[in-house]
Every structure is written in C-alpha cells, then in structure tokens.
Design a protein around this ligand. Structure first.
Ligand code: BV8
Length: 251
C-alpha cells in the first residue's frame, strides 16, 4: 500500500466496499432476503469451529462460491469501474478496503486495495502458511504446492472470530483521509462497521454512505446517496472528479 498521507492539495480517500457493490455483477449479498445467510448458517460454514468439525462442508461452501465468482458471465460492473477511474484520476491517494472476497475490484483496474476478509481465489496452507493462487476446488486430497503437506489447504478467507487482514494500514489510512465512503455494506460486521466512527472521532473527513437503502449504521454518516451501486457510484465519482470533495456534501 502507498503512504496514506493527505495534504490539502492531495486529499486522500478511503472507500469501504461490501457485497452490495458486486450484486449487479451477479454475486449474492449476505443479509438481503435472497442472500447467502438465508440459505446457510454462519456457524456451519464461516467459523474456524465449523471447519474443524466438518472441513468438507466448509470447503464445499467456498468451492461453490469460487465457481460462481470465476463464471464467464461475472464481470466488474459500472461501480467497480468508476472506483478504478477515481484511483487513476484523483490527485491524492485512493484506498479501497473491501470486505468482499471476489476479485472484481482488481479486474476493474483498482490497484490500491486491501481485502480485509481475504480472497476467494487464494488457498492458504495451515502447515506452512503459504498463500497460493487457486481457481479450482480445494479438497482434502490436495497437497500444498510449497511444503507438500496433504489436506492442509483452506480458503484464504477471514471467518467469524478470526482477525481481519491489514488493520494497521487501514487504521492509518482512516486517520489520514479527507473522505470516507462506504458502499454496498449493511454495517453488521465489525470491525468494518466501526470505521465510520473512527473517522468521525477525528472530525477531519467527510463521511458518505452509498447503498441501495439506509444501512444499519446509516445515521453515523453525514451524507448519503441511495440507489443501485451501478447508478450512484459512477455519478458520485463524476462529481468528485469535476467539483472536488465538496461534491460529497448533500444527500
Ligand atoms: C474480529 C467470510 C477480532 C468471508 C465474513 C458479538 C458476538 C460475537 C462476535 C462479535 C460480536 N460483535 C462483534 C463481533 C465480531 C464479529 C462480528 O462482527 N459479528 C457480527 C455478526 C456481530 N466479527 C468478527 O468476528 C471479525 N473478526 O472481530 O476479530 C478483532 C478484535 C479487535 C479488532 C479487530 C478485530 C471477522 C469478520 C469476518 C467475517 N467474515 N465472511 C466470506 O465468506 O465472504 S463476513 C461477511 O459479511 C462477508 O465477508 C461480508 O463482506 C461481510 C459484510 O457483509 P456485507 O458486505 O455488508 O453484505 P450484506 O449482505 O450484509 O449487505 C449488503 C448491503 O448491500 C445491504 O445493505 C444492501 O442493501 C446493499 N445492496 C444490495 N444490492 C445493492 C446494494 N447496494 C448498492 N447496490 C446494490 N445493487
């Protein structure tokens, strides 16, 4: 990650994204009526305890999601593309902190990106901690490409009760930013849901929620835009690039 410093001429922006930004690319959200947690219980598929109890079930859950994420008809949508344009054209640093484990931000062209809940297209070895690009199913018969151990590969995702990734860099970027945007997240999962409060404590940055509808934490933000991400994010980015940070104000 680049240095997260901000100056008046080069104000930095931190963007938290969640499942809502990938919904129009064909990937399910978690807590909507048709979401993943309506079909699966968190404690069965997304905790270290679930994996210890029934690794095949947990691997099967992520194998199905990996197949979905690499499907030919899944592409970055206009919201992902607009954020990549913002990073390329904004005079200061733009950091995307995503809770999503898909690779749609990378495929849109974003470079300064932290996957705080891990990456679906990587496997991690619990024996040697090696990380490996992985587009196929992970099975208990697979050997770690680095150390050769059998049955020790797990999805490189952060389960409930595990420590999210990149928190030190995220914390410094939040403290330095002039604008914090939260896109397509319900504000249910911590520590991500608390980032807006961390930003507001310092009182230096504007805070904006962009979501289909007001989230759990909507009242914590000073400003908001509501609608499908593929409409509201490109419009918001266009405003920032033409009028600067003041474009964030208003609802
Ligand atoms: C941690 C794995 C310690 C990957 C995920 C009380 C009891 C027990 C635990 C806790 C507790 N309070 C807090 C905790 C901790 C716990 C937690 O938050 N639990 C919650 C349930 C209360 N958190 C943890 O365990 C985390 N680790 O805390 O470590 C620690 C200590 C100190 C400091 C730091 C850390 C680990 C959390 C990681 C969990 N892993 N999944 C995977 O399978 O994908 S969480 C899962 O939820 C996904 O990762 C997902 O990204 C994340 C957040 O969900 P959202 O992205 O917000 O998705 P959601 O469906 O909820 O919302 C979608 C939104 O989009 C909606 O608002 C919708 O309206 C909108 N939308 C829909 N369509 C569109 C749209 N918006 C725009 N356009 C559209 N078209």
């Amino acid at each position: 990650m680049a240095d997260a410093g901000a100056t008046e001429d080069q104000p930095s922006i931190v963007i938290l994204t969640g499942a809502g930004i990938s919904k129009e690319s064909g990937l399910a959200t978690f807590r909507d009526a048709d979401g993943i947690w309506a079909r699966y219980r968190i404690e069965d598929v997304a905790t270290p305890e679930a994996y210890a109890r029934d690794p095949e079930r947990v691997l099967g859950f992520y194998n199905a999601r990996r197949r979905g994420a690499v499907a030919d008809d899944v592409h970055p949508n206009a919201a992902h593309l607009a954020l990549a344009r913002l990073e390329a054209d904004w005079p200061g640093e733009v950091l995307i902190v995503t809770q999503n484990i898909d690779d749609l931000h990378e495929r849109a062209g974003s470079k300064n990106l932290i996957h705080m809940h891990g990456e679906l297209l990587k496997a991690r070895c619990t024996a040697c901690t090696g990380l490996h690009p992985w587009r196929d199913d992970i099975t208990l018969d697979d050997a770690c490409p680095a150390c050769g151990s059998l049955g020790t590969l797990r999805p490189h995702v952060v389960w409930f009760g595990e420590m999210p990734l990149g928190l030190d860099d995220i914390g410094m970027a939040l403290d330095a930013c002039a604008l914090f945007m939260s896109i397509g997240t319900s504000g249910n999962v911590y520590p991500a849901a608390g980032f807006v409060q961390q930003v507001r404590r310092l009182g230096r940055a504007r805070t904006v929620e962009l979501n289909l509808e007001p989230s759990e934490g909507a009242t914590l933000f000073e400003h908001a835009r509501y609608g499908p991400a593929s409409d509201i994010v490109p419009a918001f980015v266009e405003g920032l690039l033409t009028r600067g940070l003041a474009a964030a104000d208003g609802d």
